[in-house]
Design a protein around this ligand. Structure first.
Ligand SMILES: Nc1ncnc2c1ncn2[C@@H]1O[C@H](COP(=O)(O)OP(=O)(O)OP(=O)(O)O)[C@@H](O)[C@H]1O
Length: 252
């Protein structure tokens, strides 16, 4: 498979911070590949996801390179990258109809008039398996459960048919059953659309369920990356082994 995205020596430092949030990350992602990024809180996972999507705050200084061999233009968030945040409550606009929030992304990125964008939004709400999508398009975020809101956020993230979907702890705020449903939805959508996926999670079990490959982060560095099967069977670092043991312990 051809490379969609390549990171070389990627580092990020937030202004005023004593240490870098991310340092020396070399990573490539193939078109259509599903990569999980795991590690404990503060290991730099969100910083990596935001750096790739161009969503770092102005206070962050970036080193190294992010290139997109799989695109013939600079990557644009919304068009080439769909980003799903942890908290759908804060990523959705409380005073804008849900369908319009999905339509807005299509209108802005697909050179599409509002009428067509609204029609497409209803199709997307249906694709993410929300009931009565036409009625739901006219509803507001406060009328939905957390899982339903995350489905709307996913619809908005994929409406412009991006090559890469980044889910940054997108299931962490949800209960276990809803979490499994959203993981299943993400898996189905990336398979159907041939999208690459970066799934950021602190949960190695969820990650292993979804990803072809896992990259393990600790203190801003990538300590290990391997295919999911290899990492689960033969973790090369004590840290990855500890994450696995903690997960298996919880399962038991
Ligand atoms: N906007 C910011 N300004 C300053 N420091 C930040 C900012 N965002 C993150 N950091 C710091 O950068 C480091 C990496 O944080 P990051 O959020 O990337 O880790 P994470 O692995 O995603 O953690 P979590 O799972 O808790 O979100 C941490 O030390 C964090 O405090």
């Amino acid at each position: 498979m051809s490379a969609l995205l390549e990171l070389r020596g990627l580092g990020v430092r937030y202004s005023g911070a004593a240490t870098a949030a991310l340092e020396g990350v070399d990573l490539a992602l193939a078109a259509g590949e599903r990569l999980a990024v795991i590690g404990e809180s503060g290991s730099g996972k969100s910083t990596l996801a935001r750096a790739i999507a161009g969503l770092l705050p102005r206070t962050a200084r970036l080193h190294g390179t992010i290139t997109w061999p799989g695109l013939d233009h600079p990557a644009r968030n919304g068009r080439d990258i769909g980003f799903v945040f942890q908290d759908p409550g804060s990523s959705l606009d409380p005073v804008m109809a849900l369908g319009d929030q999905v339509a807005e992304v299509a209108h802005a990125n697909l050179d599409m008039g509002w009428r067509a964008a609204r029609r497409l939004a209803v199709e997307l709400l249906d694709r993410v398996k929300l009931p009565e999508p036409a009625a739901l398009a006219r509803a507001y975020a406060h009328q939905l459960s957390g899982g339903q809101k995350q489905r709307v956020a996913i619809a908005a993230a994929i409406v412009a048919r991006p090559k890469l979907l980044i889910a940054d702890e997108a299931t962490s705020a949800l209960d276990t059953i809803v979490q499994a449903e959203i993981v299943a939805l993400i898996r189905a959508l990336v398979t159907e659309d041939g999208m690459a996926l970066i799934f950021v999670s602190h949960d190695i079990g969820l990650a292993a369920n979804l990803a072809d490959r896992i990259a393990v982060f600790r203190h801003g560095r990538m300590v290990e990356q391997a295919t999911t099967a290899a990492l689960v069977a033969r973790p090369r670092t004590d840290y990855s082994r500890a994450l696995l043991v903690a997960h298996l312990g919880l399962e038991a």
